[in-house]
Design a protein. Structure first.
Length: 196
């Protein structure tokens, strides 16, 4: 594609969630990203405010309803009565609840934010992170190797799934999240030795 950026110029955002920080997994998580050949171009710890996290996760009806549908599917898979447990079976209302749990979790303790650059950085970091649900995440991924949580357990406790990391899912999400968490001048530019 003429004019398109070289694939190695792609940048994505990762957040190490409070469970990753509290378990002392910051180094392990960053190590896995670096050893794959991706480059850390900014990194910092932050105790995020509720407003900060609220504007980080999408607020669109689509996104919230999708979150609700995922929860309803889990309840169906495990034969749990959604209406009995959450007082509603409306996907949007359930999505709002899960989003609220997520805000509580992400503001409970500090998080680490990092900008990651490299070939197909967005997809690569998602792959290194593993599937959203830890009990389904592949071995060898961060979530697959270090977390045991499930939505059935998390929903029962009325909290977000503890899955160690957040990583941008799409180019649009990455663009929004990078400019949201970092100033442009905070993103560093350097060459790794393996780029020479
Ligand atoms: P991600 O991009 O892999 O982090 O997943 P999503 O964007 O779909 O969801 C955002 C976050 O919400 C996840 O990382 C989980 O922490 C939490 N979450 C997602 N689905 C559920 C669910 O069904 N139940 C609960 N309790 N939390 C969920
Ligand atoms: Mg997501």
């Amino acid at each position: 594609m003429a004019g398109a950026k070289h694939p190695r110029e792609e940048v994505t955002l990762i957040l190490i969630k409070p469970d990753g920080v509290k378990r002392g997994l910051i180094g392990e998580i960053i190590k896995r990203i670096e050893q794959r050949g991706l480059k850390v171009i900014a990194i910092a710890m932050e105790k995020a405010s509720r407003e900060k996290i609220d504007n980080h996760y999408p607020k669109t009806k689509d996104w919230i309803t999708r979150l609700g549908h995922k929860t309803l599917q889990t309840y169906k898979d495990y034969g749990i009565n959604a209406k009995k447990e959450l007082a509603t079976d409306d996907p949007y209302k359930i999505g709002l609840k899960v989003r609220e749990w997520l805000l509580n979790f992400m503001t409970s303790e500090p998080i680490v934010k990092a900008a990651i650059k490299g070939v197909h950085a967005i997809d690569m970091v998602r792959k290194i992170s593993g599937a959203t649900l830890p009990y389904k995440a592949e071995l060898g991924s961060i979530r697959g190797d270090f977390s045991v949580d499930s939505p059935a357990a998390a929903n029962r406790d009325k909290r977000a799934i503890h899955n160690l990391v957040h990583a941008s899912e799409t180019a649009e999400e990455a663009a929004h999240e990078l400019s949201y968490w970092f100033k442009k001048e905070e993103l560093q530019d350097y060459k790794r030795v393996d780029e020479d």
